[in-house]
Ligand binder design. Structure first.
Ligand code: ZN
Length: 56
């Protein structure tokens, strides 16, 4: 299971594939795989901090 994050509103969800339409902002935005593959890094919501912060 991967974590996907909306590049527009930063909504994140878990799934095997990214959704076609963002359930949060309703746009057909692109979802990036923001899965943090380092469980012990303690990052927020298991999102890759590098990806998460670069979108802020
Ligand atoms: Zn969105």
């Amino acid at each position: 299971m991967a974590k996907f994050m909306c590049t527009i509103c930063k909504y994140s969800m878990e799934g095997d594939t990214p959704p076609e339409k963002c359930p949060s902002c309703g746009n057909t935005c692109s979802f990036v795989d923001a899965t943090c593959y380092t469980p012990e890094c303690g990052c927020e919501g298991n999102l890759n901090p590098d990806i998460y912060k670069s979108r802020q």
